[in-house]
Ligand binder design. Sequence first.
Ligand code: ZN
Length: 252
Amino acid sequence: MPAAVADEGVILRRRNYQEADRILVILTRDHGKVSCLARGVRRPRARNAAGLDLLGRAQLLLIPGRNLYVLAQVRPLGRAERGDDPVRLACAALFAEAADGLLEEGHPDPALFELVGEHAERLLDISRPPRPGLVLALFRLAAEVGYLPALDRCMGCDRPLENRGGNFVPELGGVVQPPCVSPGGLGCEAATIRVLRALARGDFEMGRRLRWGQRLLSETEAVLVAHLRHRLDRRLLAADVLAQLVEPGVGA
Ligand SMILES: [Zn+2]
């Protein structure tokens, strides 16, 4: 463990530890992903707990401990008001969980840090709808780390995808369109495939201007979650929470 770390960070994971502590996983600007012990932050009125919510952004001072850094100072940055909309908080938790899964310990990358920080800020901005923000955030992150699904060609016959519906098959990492058939997979209407392809080309402005209907949101979310789960071999617990909130009874 190197010397003390003074850096800006975004909180990706929080785990309760002992009576009043937490272990935090933080994406920092100049030191990459680091873990630290935050002592006493679960006590009522803990003075060092502000800025340590999921996706919270803070200026941090970490000092070397026995096995882990220990959080010595924290100064919250960015917005303090994140509201209490459970869907927004589930979207934030899912983005944090996906980022934690996609990024390895260490590996500083200031541009990637900015990308995560910018999307975290948008997701927590109570003036913006959270679910389109989540789709864009997951997509940007997956693109940045080279984990995008294949969205050019049918995974069954290698012909260019056409402007119609199809099935996203996580095991194939892409879309299968009729007349090719694939058992399982997630049904996607033409609009969903069109939007995913535009995002894959980097057209995020379109994603921000778009009017996201329920079906488009559900299908793009489902595709991204299934794809990331498969690539990461990881459950993404927050995705189950979000699914329960937006479509109670489905996938219970
Ligand atoms: Zn085909």
